[in-house]
Structures are given as C-alpha cells and as structure tokens.
Design a protein around this ligand. Structure first.
Ligand code: SF4
Ligand code: SF4
Length: 235
C-alpha cells in the first residue's frame, strides 16, 4: 500500500500555487517566457519546469468552458519510463517500495543520448524532459524527501481549494470515487484518469482528451509516442 495524490480538477482555479510551490521546494530556476495567446505559462513542461498548470479554452455543448489541468508525473504502478531505463542502468531510475514514488536524481541518472530519448518516449503521458546535451531527464519525484519524512508534497500543501489531496492509495481511491459520484450530478461525462494504474489520479469533469488538447498540440512529441498517448486516452 503506497501513497497517492488525488487531483479534483472541478475545484482547480488555476491559481498556480502548486506550480510555484514546486519550483520553490525543488529550487528550480524560472524560465524566460512570453505571451503566446494563452495563460499557460511556460507553454510546456521542461527540464526546469516539472509541474505545469495547463489552460484549455473550449466549448462544451455550445457553452464556453475554461478547463485547468495541473500536470505532473503520474507515478505509474508499473512505470514504463523505469522499465526502459532499467535496460541501460538499473540504478538510474528508482521506484520506492514503500511509497511507490518513481524518481531519479542528477547523481544517479547516467543515461544519455539516444538512450535517454528512449526513456522519455516510453512515458505514455509525455512527462520526462531531457536535460541539456541529452544528459538525463527531469520529472516530478513525488517530493520524495518530504513524503519519506511524513510531509505532504509541496504542491499539495500549497493548494488552497482542495484540488490537490494526498494520502494512502486506499484513502485517495476512496475519495476519488466519492467525488466522482458527486461531480457526475453536475457533469455527467466526469471520469477518473486511469485510477488502477497510476498514483496521481485526476478527476476530469469532461472527456480527458479535451484537457490534453494543448499538451498534444504543443509538446514536441514524436509520432510513436503520440500514438501511444492517443491509445491510452482511448482516442
Ligand atoms: Fe514514468 Fe511517465 Fe509514469 Fe511518470 S507518468 S512514472 S514519467 S511513465
Ligand atoms: Fe513538484 Fe513535489 Fe508536486 Fe512533484 S510532488 S509536482 S516534485 S511539488
């Protein structure tokens, strides 16, 4: 029984407190950005930005909707990124037995070049970002230092709206299913994102593909990974 995060997207106001808290706790530098026609800023995940609130403006049943999607690594139970990394070095990417966190650090991550590209492409959610010179990848580590010291992840702690929740796998699955029943009264298309396979469980108020619109359009994803991604989302 590991740890999980439940993200109730129906409660997110896109304050980006979680995005800032992640930068602060992980001591990650800011990025030079510019207005690209969206409040999604920076425009995508990157080596120094491992958490990003995505913004999607869309129409649902003829009504304008603004959907917010704080994205991070899902900490898959059977993590494809780790399986791929193990092919090159079994100590470069780790999965903690107690919490289930999937993580790496600059010290242990020795994979480079085409091999690190393969690790990145193994992720069906397009999460890891390759470092300068194709040396290593960065991604959310579930705030491994915090959760192994009985503290909630920084992003969860900073959330003022109840969007981000943290606890045992059992607690989070229970909460997710309870909220799904409640939310469906208002949003009949609401659904949970892959709850049996990941430790970061999203409650989408509508078709998840709509939330991923910007991710698919803007991320520099190779064709093969796009197919994987589309299959996963049932597109
Ligand atoms: Fe790895 Fe991607 Fe799963 Fe995170 S979401 S554990 S990076 S495969
Ligand atoms: Fe960032 Fe920690 Fe949240 Fe991961 S769990 S997104 S590292 S603050």
């Amino acid at each position: 029984m590991g740890k999980s995060i439940f993200v109730d997207l129906t409660r997110c106001t896109a304050c980006r407190g979680c995005q800032v808290a992640c930068k602060q706790w992980k001591n990650l530098p800011g990025e030079d950005t510019r207005q690209t026609g969206s409040y999604q800023n920076p425009p995508d995940l990157s080596f120094p930005t491992i958490r990003l609130v995505r913004f999607v403006e869309t129409k649902i049943n003829g009504k304008l909707e603004w959907l917010f999607f704080p994205e991070q690594c899902r900490h898959c139970y059977a993590a494809p990124c780790k399986s791929q990394a193990d092919a090159y070095n079994e100590k470069a990417m780790l999965q903690d037995e107690e919490t289930g966190a999937v993580y790496t650090t600059p010290e242990i991550m020795t994979i480079t070049g085409d091999d690190i590209q393969a690790v990145q492409e193994a992720c069906p959610y397009n999460i890891p970002r390759i470092g300068p010179g194709k040396k290593g990848v960065s991604k959310c580590d579930f705030c491994f230092d915090r959760i192994t010291n009985n503290m909630a992840p920084a992003c969860v702690l900073s959330c003022p709206t109840g969007t981000m929740n943290y606890g045992t796998e059992e607690e989070m699955l229970k909460l997710a299913n309870e909220r799904l029943v409640e939310v469906k009264k208002r949003y009949p298309d609401a659904t949970l994102g892959d709850p049996d396979n990941v430790r970061v469980i999203y409650l989408f108020q509508t078709d998840p593909k709509i939330y991923y619109k910007n991710a698919i359009a803007e991320a520099p994803t190779p064709h093969t990974r796009r197919e994987l991604f589309a299959n996963l989302m049932g597109k």
